[in-house]
Write a protein that binds this ligand. Structure first.
Ligand code: PMP
Length: 407
């Protein structure tokens, strides 16, 4: 069923405002999506009615808050089709999820001379933790090259894999280019040499059906705020047998079974990895964000976003001086571009003057920009609440801006 765009937009108060005297066009969804009423109400509702600490209270409010909190864990489990709730760990975001794996699995499993493989198009949060670990352990970080169109070079990836490869950590969908990587094939190939695979799902979980059992990934990291949910909250999925063998991440309350000065025994998963009082309100609200997505259906969302992507790509490509960056056929609703003769930051400022919010710069992918020989790009990223008429506004503005240097 096609989506009812006006009904959807009515759930997002932030969209209904003027910026610089123009109706806001929010095309910075790859940075963070806006939040529907239901998410904001859930945050308020928790503090108004249920505020209490979870998992240990012997009173009604604590029971209620615990139930709501754990309901979100189940919703996340279903959302990515994990086998069980215990495989879902709440973190601060994709960044912390990846750091958690580096600090636990990485420290335990990766030693001197072992190899970690990432790609040229990784976000800094899937580069730096592995560089830090490699330095600490004397491991080797290998990089999969990409094509000019912004696609993984699978043949080269095959050559990088050896029996020393312990982990392949790869972005499912590029935040800078929108490329959808062939992760099923990557996972299969990595498993053939006995390596584990972490998927950075920050940009895939909101656009694609992500089924961890079908993909057979060992870890999946993603952030709630790119899924219409709150900021500072994320998920680490891991297969039970791997999580159980990993040492804890942080020490503190909640993650223990028993503590004495001589010895501590750790809690079962997922609690072993959730030390301290968690972000209760935001976890509860994240449940509402998942509900929002599931009520619309990922298929319908993707269909709408693809329509916007194709419509915008066609119109922008007709503009003199428009240079697309990342032209893979397999991509989500992200358009990275430059305007001949202009700095991306200036283009972004001019679009903002017209009420159009885009991201400019290196998008936390400096090595990717270096590979493409660019300082940065302008990035427009579309979400379920965006419309063709908003794209028309952007195309008109980009055409005017491009004319300054491309007569
Ligand atoms: N990976 C990718 C592909 C991303 O797009 C982002 C967010 N820009 C991150 C990781 C980091 O997410 P967070 O800042 O929410 O931890």
């Amino acid at each position: 069923m096609p989506i009812n765009i006006e009904e959807i937009r009515s759930q997002f108060p932030v969209l209904h405002q003027e910026v610089n005297g123009k109706p806001l066009v929010y095309f910075d969804n790859a940075a963070t999506t806006q939040k529907p009423f239901s998410v904001m109400q859930a945050i308020n509702g928790y503090y108004e009615l249920d505020n209490s600490n979870i998992h240990r209270g012997a009173h009604t409010l604590a029971d209620r808050a615990t139930r709501y909190f754990e309901n979100t864990r189940t919703a996340v489990k279903n959302f990515i089709n994990a086998k069980e709730d215990a495989e879902i760990i709440f973190t601060k975001g994709t960044t912390e999820s990846i750091n958690l794996v580096a600090a636990t699995f990485g420290r335990m499993e990766i030693g001197k001379g072992d190899e970690i493989i990432i790609s040229t198009m990784e976000h800094h949060s899937n580069i730096v933790p592995w560089q830090m670990l490699s330095k600490e352990k004397g491991a080797i970080l290998k990089i999969i090259p990409i094509s000019e169109a912004g696609e993984i070079d699978i043949e080269n990836f095959k050559k990088l894999l050896t029996e020393k490869t312990k982990l392949v950590s790869i972005v499912h969908v590029s935040n800078a280019l929108g490329t959808i990587n062939p992760v099923e094939e990557i996972i299969k190939l990595a498993h053939e040499v006995g390596a584990k695979v972490l998927l950075d799902g920050a940009q895939s979980t909101n656009h694609l059906e992500v089924d961890v059992q079908k993909l057979d990934c060992d870890f999946l990291a993603f952030s709630a705020h790119k899924l219409y949910g709150p900021t500072g909250l994320g998920v680490l999925y891991g297969k039970r047998e791997i999580l159980e063998n990993m040492p804890p991440y942080q020490g503190g309350g909640e993650m223990i079974k028993e503590v004495s000065f001589e010895k501590t025994t750790y809690n079962d998963i997922p609690f072993k990895f959730e030390a301290g009082t968690p972000n209760i309100a935001d976890v509860i609200a994240f449940g509402k964000a998942i509900e929002f997505i599931e009520e619309l259906g990922k298929k319908a969302i993707k269909q709408h976003e693809d329509e916007l992507l194709n419509y915008a790509t066609k119109a922008l490509n007709d503009i003199k001086g428009f240079i697309p960056v990342g032209t893979s056929k397999e991509k989500v609703s992200v358009i990275s571009f430059n305007i001949n003769g202009m700095h991306p930051f200036d283009v972004g400022m001019m679009l903002d003057a017209n009420g159009i919010a885009v991201r400019t710069g290196h998008h936390c992918t400096q090595p990717l920009m270096q590979r493409l020989g660019l300082e940065g790009t302008v990035r427009a990223s579309f979400s379920v609440y965006n419309t063709k008429s908003e794209i028309d506004q952007m195309v008109t503005s980009v055409a005017k801006i491009a004319k300054i240097k491309n007569k």
